[in-house]
Design a binder for this molecule. Structure first.
Ligand code: IMP
Ligand code: MG
Length: 172
């Protein structure tokens, strides 16, 4: 698999944007405790970088979902790892790597609302507005990108390339 030689989003740009996103979240939530739910596996690096910038008391939870095979959405969302704590009455921030069609995040928001949290907000590093097919809105978006498949900084192609420190685009 080949990548375009220039990163789509450099390490430096990622870190600068994270500062801005965290500042906004800190402003919106103030001192209110926040339950951050990291959507595995793709969001693990983004979530780790983001929570270190948050100032309120933070609980971290993980949810594992699987919806992709290769570069195509299968349309079926499967929970592979559930939360370890309940979220009744909590302010929840769902942290995703990327919103493509938005079906995964719609599924998760519905699944979480049933568990009676105080609020549910969504923070995603990347978003592909051209392909959205979703009912919910996104509260915090790092970067809008085109519909091309990307890897790195947590995002994979069939399990590989999550460890790249920047976002790279595949050569098409
Ligand atoms: P959605 O349900 O179509 O929004 O797909 C969301 C999930 O698909 C994301 O959480 C990613 O795990 C994966 N995904 C979508 N687009 C990409 C991409 O460009 N690179 C890597 N993973 C992607
Ligand atoms: Mg994901």
């Amino acid at each position: 698999m080949n990548f375009k030689s220039e990163p789509l989003i450099s390490e430096e740009k990622l870190q600068t944007r994270l500062d801005e996103l965290a500042a906004q979240i800190n402003k919106d939530f103030g001192d209110h405790p926040l339950t951050v739910i990291c959507v595995l596996k793709g969001a693990f690096i983004f979530a780790a970088d983001l929570v270190r910038r948050l100032k309120m008391p933070v609980h971290i939870e993980f949810i594992g979902v699987s919806s992709y095979a290769g570069t195509e959405s299968t349309g079926h969302v499967r929970i592979t790892h559930d939360l370890s704590a309940d979220i009744v009455g909590k302010n929840v921030l769902l942290v995703e790597d990327i919103i493509d069609t938005g079906r995964t995040i719609d599924y998760l928001i519905d699944a979480f609302r049933v568990r009676a949290p105080k609020s549910v907000k969504v923070c995603t590093l990347l978003s592909k507005p051209e392909v959205h097919d979703m009912r919910n809105k996104l509260d915090y978006v790092g970067f809008d990108i085109s519909k091309e498949f990307v890897v790195g900084y947590g995002l994979d192609l069939d399990g590989l390339y999550r460890n790249l420190p920047h976002i790279a685009q595949l050569e098409s």
